[in-house]
Design a protein around this ligand. Structure first.
Ligand SMILES: [Zn+2]
Length: 467
């Protein structure tokens, strides 16, 4: 009996030791800061050539060519960073805002410093609380300038039994080059699950976990009411999924990866939102998480001299919500949206809190109001499919366009409509005439833009191309 118990205990312990061996060590691109001298660099300016730069630093053109891996003197470009032989550069303090995928290890690598040095400079205690995407930090750059250096390559996650030699052979590089690129001693012992950088000319390399190749978030600053685009690439085959705060992410293929759009509600509490990325194909993808900073917006209060009808509003909201949440795979728009009326005069911006006849605030302005008269042509801002045309009590005559991939635009208070459900419209096409039907203080267009059901500021889409 005792023996069987011991045997069971061993069985139970076994997976633990396996787990310990496959743990993903934090990638440390540059563990020993002090041994790494700061290079002296020169940024190429307009009209400079190698002969001039060589004379400036009393070095030879050949030395410059060799140190910078340049095939000849003809390919200089303005803004190029050249390393100058001899001499030492200086540490340069610079301010850096974290973009998507900017882990501590990433920032350390591009500024030739260490995660610990960054934590110390910013008085952050623990690497378990790394800075969030969107946050601004101070970095003491050791690249020789305030500019980050480019790091290129692709990730390789070590499989059981692989060694530096087999991985190097697989990628057609020398084991020594692979060791150097990962700050490992030559012929270091590798752990299954460990992530290596396989050096190559392209693409840009990010120090992420697992087989994530790229995580890119834009645009900044992120505020309530704005739309956020999250682009990801993973070396593994499959499809990503994830969450932004408590919103599930819906990814669609884009370039070499996938993109998801997130709408942030105008009433969202500013602060840190967790971005969690995962995915699966023939194998599950290792999750990636990072905090994202949502800055406060600046919204005002609008007093509306009308009586609202909350019950009716809720009925209409629920009916419209089912339309906004239908899912169509094909993206019909390309680049920027165009304004739905010209001239484009905003009479009530998106996001302001609303009080109807002095009643307490329960809603915010979910769209943008544009000036117009009865009959003003209402233009489709982008290509899409008409999914709704009807007269509603509060919104008046209403048209809704589905632009694909969870993006909808809606037009309220119209006097006339010129399209029917199922019609496909193109950007700039006249779909309706402005009016003052429904709960309205006078002729205007109310324009709603929805991203996966969340009302967002449509004006951002006139200036920023999505996805
Ligand atoms: Zn409005």
């Amino acid at each position: 009996m005792k023996r069987i118990g011991l045997f069971l205990l061993l069985i139970l312990l076994l997976p633990l030791s396996v787990l310990a061996q496959t743990a993903d060590p934090t990638p440390t691109p540059n563990p020993d800061e002090t041994s790494d001298p700061i290079p002296r660099v020169h940024t190429v300016a307009e009209g400079e050539n190698l002969t001039y730069i060589a004379s400036l630093y009393e070095v030879t053109v050949d030395e410059l060519l060799a140190l910078n891996g340049l095939p000849n003197a003809d390919n200089l470009f303005v803004g190029q960073t050249l390393t100058i032989p001899g001499g030492e550069g200086e540490a340069v303090a610079t301010v850096y805002r974290l973009g998507g995928g900017d882990t501590l290890a990433q920032i350390a690598a591009v500024f030739n410093t260490t995660p610990n040095a960054i934590l110390q400079t910013n008085r952050m205690i623990s690497p378990s609380q790394p800075p969030a995407i969107g946050q601004t930090i101070t970095v003491v750059s050791r690249t020789g300038s305030a500019l980050p250096q480019s790091v290129t390559g692709t990730p390789h996650v070590v499989a059981p039994g692989e060694t530096l030699v087999t991985i190097a052979a697989q990628h057609n590089i020398s084991p020594a080059a692979l060791a150097v690129a990962n700050d490992l001693p030559y012929l270091a012992h590798l752990l299954a699950g460990q992530r290596l950088r396989i050096p190559s000319d392209a693409p840009p390399y990010q120090y992420l976990s697992g087989a994530w190749q790229q995580v890119a978030i834009r645009p900044f600053p992120i505020i309530p009411g704005n739309t956020v685009s999250i682009y990801v690439e993973n070396v593994l085959e499959g499809r990503p999924s994830g969450q932004f705060g408590n919103q599930p992410l819906q990814f669609f293929p884009q370039e070499n990866g996938f993109v998801a759009l997130v709408g942030i509600d105008a009433f969202a509490e500013p602060g840190f939102f967790e971005l969690r990325l995962e995915g699966s194909g023939s194998r599950p993808w290792r999750p990636f998480t990072q905090q994202v900073l949502v800055n406060p917006g600046s919204y005002a209060l609008q007093q509306i001299p009308l009586d609202d009808n909350p019950e009716l509003r809720q009925q209409e909201d629920e009916m419209l919500a089912t339309i906004y949440l239908t899912r169509s795979e094909t993206r019909q728009w390309e680049g920027l949206f165009t304004a739905p009326v010209t001239p484009t005069i905003v009479t009530a911006p998106y996001g302001d809190a609303r009080s109807y006849n002095g009643a307490p605030i329960t809603i915010y302005h979910s769209g943008v109001d544009f000036a117009g008269t009865i009959g003003t042509p209402i233009l489709a801002p982008a290509s899409g499919t008409v999914v709704f045309v009807d007269l509603l009590e509060l919104r008046g005559n209403t048209v809704i366009l589905d632009h694909g991939q969870g993006v909808f635009s809606a037009y309220f208070h119209l006097s006339e409509t010129f399209v029917a459900a199922g019609d496909v419209v193109v950007a700039g096409q006249t779909i309706a005439a402005g009016g003052s039907t429904g709960l309205s203080t006078g002729p205007h267009l109310h324009w709603d833009l929805r991203v996966h059901g969340v009302p967002v500021n449509g004006l951002q889409w006139l200036e920023t191309p999505f996805p």
